[in-house]
Design a protein around this ligand. Sequence first.
Ligand SMILES: [Zn+2]
Length: 256
Amino acid sequence: MNLFRFGSLPVPHAVSTRQGGLSDGPYASLNVGYGTDDAEERVTGNRLLLLQSLGIAPEAVIAGRLSHGNAVTVFRRGQESPEVERPVRAGSTHRDRAFLSDAAVSDVPGLYVFLTFADCVPLLFHDPVREVVGAAHAGWRGTAAGIARHTIAAMCDAFGCRPADIRGAIGPSIGPCCYTVGSDVCTEFRARGNPPIMRGHHLDLWAGNEVQMRDAGVTLVETAGLCTACHTDLFFSHRAESGRTGRFALVAGLRA
Ligand SMILES: [Zn+2]
């Protein structure tokens, strides 16, 4: 299976591509997003294929229910998990382990966070000193709301991480080459205290998230530099495919 990994983060993780799955049409082929119109059993089959290739048991996975906010769920070793059980999509009888935010941090060995994307920015964090992992889904709304900063703060508050020990990574997502936005988006960024980083009429979410990481004290930041809209052979892109497309995943956790 064709997967993307960050070279500088020695923690079990992967960003899936759209290759090697069961779905067809706009969802071809490794669509792992239940929030699409793809057949539920194909999404389930694709998730199993992905987890199998990573050597992760499906029971070890907790999936974010995304809302483009900046809340962070904390999973702590030896404490009751804040997870909930939810139908995988509205009306489904199939339930899974879920957390109700766009970001999560964890020091629990053998627990894997699962987030889905189709242009929004996958963010991954690892503190190799405290052995803590963090993951976030940063679209323009999450970036404007400071989700990178909030995720780093949660690692420091919950586990005593020092920002200088944390490594950050910015995954495949719509790039400054393709992301045309209107003035309403820029206005929202300014209203949330995060000036948008623009390249002409294009919003640079990679730079925006990197600035949040560096302002928080993270010195090692790896950026994939892969634009989903430029690479629809490899990734799903909401913008490039006019909203009818699948989702790829960021899966990350600590070894059991
Ligand atoms: Zn592009």
